[in-house]
Design a protein around this ligand. Structure first.
Ligand SMILES: *Cc1c(COP(=O)(O)O)cnc(C)c1O
Length: 416
C-alpha cells in the first residue's frame, strides 16, 4: 500500500506541482470540491480590483470599448476552445449552463424541424441520472413548444444505443456524470446518434478542464458547460456554449436578444441574427464575473489536458486504492467506474451515513460534498492538489469511520 512518504516523493517529481502556487488555498484545508466550485486563482483578486476600481470606476461606460468588455464572451470562448477540441470563433462564454442548454436544445429541435424530419422524431433522449437541470430544461422546452416532444430516459448508459433510434430528434447527454463520475463515450454515442438522424448535445459541466474533450473529433453538434467548476472562474461565473461550425448557418434559438443581433447598435426593430457564434448571446453580461473567468483559463493555457489527465487518473487511482485498503471494514461502495476510459476526475463512494461523514470530514478540513442518495463525492483537481493531500484525506476518512466520529442525526443544510 502507498505510504505517506511515497506520496511526498510523487509530489517532488510532479511536473504540474508548480501550478498550486497559482491558487489561493486556505491554510489547513484539503479541497476536494473543485468539481463544484473551483479554487480561486491568485490573479483573480487583482483582476477583480482592476475591473471594479479602474475599468468600472475610472473608465466608466468607455470600458465597453477600451477594456474590451463587449468582446469578452468571444475572447474567453477562444481561450476555452482548445480545452474542448473547438476552434476559434466557435465558443462564447455567457449566461448559465441551464440557459445555454435551453438555447442548444431549441436550436437542435429547430434544425430537425427544418429538415422536415420532426413528424416521427418526437423524442429527446437522456439519462434518468442526468443532472436535474438538464432534464428540467428539456421538460420545460418540450412543454412550451407543445409539439408532442417527450423525454425518453434510460436507466443505464448501456441502454443508450437502443434508445437512440429514428424516432429521436436530439440526444442530450452529460459527458461525465455529476454523481458517479462515469465518463461516456462521446465518439461512439455521437456517431450512433448521427446514424439514426439525431443531433447530439453534450453537457461538459464536469469535463471542461477535467478530462480531454475533442468535440470536433467526435463530430458533436452542440456543447455547453460551466466555468465555475474545474475552470476556476468563480462562484456563478458565466457558462459556455459551442455550436459546430457546420451548423452555424442553421443555428437559431428563441432567446434572440440584442447581443445576438448582426448589428446590435444599429438599433433596428427587427431581429437579424449575427452569422457568427455571437448569435448564441442574448443580452448584457455580468462583466465583473465574466472578467474573472480569464484568470483560470490563463493557467490552463500554460499546460495541457493530457498532462492533467495523467495526474488526475493517478490521483483517483490512489484515492480508490487507499480507501479500499484503509476503510475495508466499513460499508463503502465505489460508485465510480474503475476503468480509466469510463472515469472523470471525481470519485464517489456510497455509505448509508454519507452526509454525516462528509460533514465530519469538512470539520477536519477535508472538503468534499454529498449528493443524494448516499453519495460522498471527492473531486481531484490536478492543478492544485498534491498526492499527499490524497493520502491525508483518506487518513482523515479512515479515522472518522473507525471512531464513528460522525453525527447520524445531522439535518442537511440547504446546499449539501
Ligand atoms: C453543475 C451542472 C450544471 C449547472 O447548471 P447551472 O445553470 O450553472 O446551475 C448543469 N449541468 C450539469 C451536468 C452540471 O453538473
Amino acid at each position: 500500500m502507498t505510504r505517506r512518504e511515497d506520496c511526498l516523493a510523487m509530489d517532488e517529481s510532479d511536473g504540474l506541482a508548480q501550478f498550486r502556487n497559482e491558487f489561493f488555498l486556505p491554510e489547513g484545508i484539503i479541497y476536494l470540491d473543485g468539481n463544484s466550485l473551483g479554487a480561486r486563482p491568485r490573479a483573480a483578486l487583482e483582476r477583480a480590483r482592476q475591473v471594479v476600481e479602474l475599468e468600472w470606476g475610472e473608465d466608466l461606460v468607455r470600458s465597453w470599448n477600451t477594456a474590451g468588455w463587449f468582446e469578452l464572451p468571444v475572447k474567453l470562448g477562444d481561450k476555452l476552445a482548445p480545452l474542448i477540441g473547438a476552434g476559434r470563433g466557435e465558443v462564447v462564454v455567457s449566461d448559465s449552463t441551464s440557459i445555454n442548454l435551453f438555447k442548444a436544445l431549441a436550436a437542435a429541435l429547430h434544425i430537425q424541424a427544418g429538415r422536415g424530419s420532426t413528424a416521427g422524431r418526437r423524442f429527446i433522449v437522456s439519462e434518468r441520472d442526468n443532472f436535474p437541470t438538464d432534464l428540467y430544461i428539456a421538460q420545460g422546452l418540450a412543454r412550451w413548444l407543445d409539439r408532442g416532444y417527450q423525454l425518453r430516459l434510460v436507466d443505464t448508459p448501456d441502454e443508450l444505443p437502443s434508445a437512440i433510434d429514428q424516432d429521436v430528434a436530439a440526444v442530450l447527454l452529460t459527458h461525465v456524470n455529476y454523481r458517479s463520475g462515469r465518463l461516456l463515450d462521446m465518439d461512439a454515442l455521437t456517431r450512433h446518434a448521427h446514424q439514426q438522424g439525431a443531433l447530439a448535445i453534450w453537457d461538459l459541466a464536469h469535463s471542461a478542464g477535467a478530462v480531454p474533450v475533442d468535440l470536433a473529433g467526435a463530430d458533436a453538434d452542440f456543447a455547453v458547460g460551466c466555468t465555475y467548476k474545474y475552470l476556476n472562474g468563480g462562484p456563478g461565473a458565466p457558462a459556455f456554449i459551442w455550436v459546430a461550425p457546420r451548423l452555424m448557418p442553421s443555428f437559431s434559438h428563441p432567446l434572440s436578444g440584442w447581443w445576438g443581433h448582426a448589428a446590435p447598435f444599429a438599433m433596428q426593430a427587427d431581429f437579424q441574427a449575427c452569422p457568427t457564434i455571437r448569435s448564441a448571446l442574448c443580452g448584457t453580461q455580468p462583466t465583473v464575473s465574466l472578467s474573472l473567468v480569464e484568470c483560470g483559463l490563463d493557467i490552463f493555457a500554460r499546460t495541457d489536458m493530457a498532462a492533467l489527465r495523467r495526474k488526475s487518473l493517478a490521483m483517483t487511482d490512489l484515492f480508490i486504492d487507499l480507501v479500499e485498503h484503509r476503510c475495508a471494514a466499513h460499508p463503502l461502495e465505489l460508485a465510480t467506474p474503475r476503468a480509466h476510459a469510463q472515469r472523470g476526475s471525481h470519485v464517489s463512494f456510497r455509505h448509508p451515513h454519507g452526509y454525516a461523514i462528509v460533514q465530519a470530514l469538512i470539520e477536519k478540513g477535508v472538503i468534499g460534498d454529498y449528493r443524494e442518495p448516499q453519495i460522498m463525492r471527492f473531486g481531484f483537481t490536478p492543478l492544485y492538489l498534491r498526492f499527499v493531500d490524497v493520502w491525508d484525506a483518506v487518513d482523515a476518512l479512515a479515522r472518522i469511520l473507525d471512531q464513528q466520529a460522525y453525527d447520524v442525526n445531522r439535518v442537511p443544510q440547504a446546499v449539501t
